[in-house]
Design a protein around this ligand. Structure first.
Ligand code: GAP
Length: 511
């Protein structure tokens, strides 16, 4: 993990943004809990998306669909048969990894295999010699003499080319619905001898069939509900094409490789919109949404040039897409995806119509004709977006011989908007400060009264969590009802009237 990422992960824990899930039990791989400040930040980000995508647009409406849907949805969408990653095991260090994400090594390249220590390397040398009849030379904790094979990749952990075959691993989390445990059916079949003689793929297939009637899946994307509910939404709201259905919420993928903190996790949140338009206008709408979405991400960022578009080339396009642009961000480990804007054509509506028998068409009263709309889909990661803004905001500078850490979060995203601080805990300052904080809370602005530690430490604490403004009640306040307002980024302070504080901060927050 890079130095910057380590600092961000540590800040997230120390200040209550993101915790490892079930930490007291040793944690659960790739599961995270959003603490008090993380919950606010995530909510602010998702609310901003909803506001800018739904509330400010006449032609976009929202949806909040169930996470567990009819299993046929995933059959029709192709997720059951095709939503899988190529899984490989390293036969030396036992690492399990995704073939498409593994380090590349052209056939014939000499390799250096690396292990934790000398004994581990010696064990690996013996295993390779015995199992693969290849003699390698050990230098400390590395082995020399192996050559990359035709696969074109090696183990990401030890660089070994001794790998299992690729297996397709479906990323959907499977569960069962109803009062019957699906294993009962398997047990009954075993007792009745119905599985006798079956092996490998055949045995797996038979068990799959027995458990299938109650099988359900946690949604791997929020998108499908918008296609499935297309007619209900269109008719109940009398929507006219072009229009969009937006949804945000949890999605689940049993990722083989979880990486970079919350960047890729098994449970995450998405913000997706399906925009239904007339075929023939789709390219224009795809361009429109691509630019809108880039503007949106850059609006809240300090460093706008760390975002870029990347067009998918035809070989990497998803089976449903006519075109796709990723909005990428320059993460500390390199450029990576933040959002995809895909032209999904009429693929999904047609597939669901085919599998369900429902007519998923739109009747255009002006042209007096029916058609199946094309769909442009801006699909963003909310939790990934949160990470992007933490990286963008994290800033260190030297102030009076000390390192000041400041989260330069956009005021709209900042978890706490204003801190109200009595200079000392006496002379009526706490009482006055509490009244100021209450005035903010009454106005719906997330304010925090804070009297712990010296004023300098309190400023630093609020800089570190991204609070845009600190208001300080001091002895002058008691004589003339003015307070100081301190700006997080410039640290500049000025006096304002206590009565006008809420209006003044509100104005600053709204830019
Ligand atoms: N409906 C299309 C769709 O879901 P996607 O590219 O698979 O497309 C959209 O996902 C966005 O969701 C990604 O750009 C990313 O920001 C986020 N995302 C996908 N998988 C994720 C994971 N395992 N962890 C965190 N975010 C993820």
């Amino acid at each position: 993990m890079s130095d910057l990422m380590q600092k961000i992960v540590s800040l997230c824990k120390r200040r209550g943004f993101v915790f490892q899930s079930s930490e007291i039990y040793g944690g659960l791989k790739s599961a995270y809990d959003y603490g008090p400040l993380g919950a606010e930040l995530k909510r602010n980000l998702m609310n901003a998306w909803w506001h800018d995508m739904v509330h400010t647009r006449e032609n976009v409406v929202g949806l909040d669909a169930s996470i567990v849907m009819h299993p046929k949805v995933w059959e029709a969408s192709g997720h059951l048969s095709g939503f899988s990653d190529p899984l490989v095991d390293c036969k030396v260090c036992k690492e399990r990894f995704r073939a498409d994400k593994a380090p590349q090594a052209a056939a014939g390249t000499p390799l250096t295999l690396t292990f934790a220590d000398k004994p581990a390397a010696e064990l690996a040398r013996e295993l390779i010699e015995k199992q693969f009849n290849v003699a390698l030379t050990r230098h400390g904790k590395t082995l020399e003499g192996a050559i990359a094979g035709d696969r074109g990749y090696v183990c990401p952990l030890c660089s070994s080319p001794f790998l299992s075959d690729e297996r397709q691993f479906n990323l959907m989390f499977k569960s069962s619905i109803g009062p019957v445990n699906p294993l009962e059916a398997v047990a009954a079949a075993l007792e009745a001898g119905k599985l006798e003689g079956l092996k490998g793929r055949e045995l797996r297939g038979a068990i799959e069939e027995l458990t299938q009637p109650s099988a359900v899946y946690l949604r791997p994307e929020t998108a499908q509900a918008m296609f499935v509910q297309f007619l209900n939404v269109q008719q109940s709201m009398s929507m006219k094409v072009p229009f969009g259905i937006a949804q945000m919420g949890k999605s689940f993928r049993n990722e083989i490789t979880v990486e970079h903190f919350i960047f890729r996790s098994c449970e995450f949140e998405q913000m997706e919109m399906e925009f239904f338009c007339e075929p023939g206008t789709d390219d224009e709408w795809a361009d429109y949404w691509r630019l809108e979405r880039m503007k949106w991400w850059q609006k809240f960022a300090n460093e706008k040039d760390r975002f870029r578009f990347r067009a998918h080339d035809p070989t990497e396009l998803a089976h449903y897409a006519k075109s796709c642009y990723d909005i990428e961000y320059a993460y500390p480990w390199g450029w990576g995806e933040l959002e995809g804007i895909a032209n999904r054509t009429d693929y999904d509506l047609k597939k669901h119509a085919q599998h369900s028998g429902a007519k998923l068409e739109y009747f255009d009263p002006v042209q007096n004709r029916k058609f199946v709309p094309y769909v442009i889909e801006p699909a963003a990661g909310a939790t990934r977006g949160l990470l992007v803004y933490l990286i963008d905001a994290y800033h260190e500078e030297q102030v009076e011989g000390e390192t000041r850490v400041v989260l330069r979060l956009h005021p709209r995203l900042a978890p706490i908007k204003v801190a109200v601080l009595p200079l000392v805990k006496k002379d009526g300052m706490p009482e006055k400060a509490r009244k100021v904080a209450e005035a903010f809370l009454a106005r719906g602005i997330n304010a925090r009264y804070d009297e712990q530690h010296a004023i300098g430490r309190r400023y630093r604490r609020h800089d570190e969590i991204g609070t845009p403004f600190c208001l300080t009640i001091d002895s002058e306040t008691l004589s003339n009802d003015t307070i100081t307002i301190r700006d997080r980024d410039t640290m500049a302070q000025r006096r304002i009237s206590i009565d006008g504080a809420v209006a003044e901060v509100e104005l600053l927050l709204n830019g």
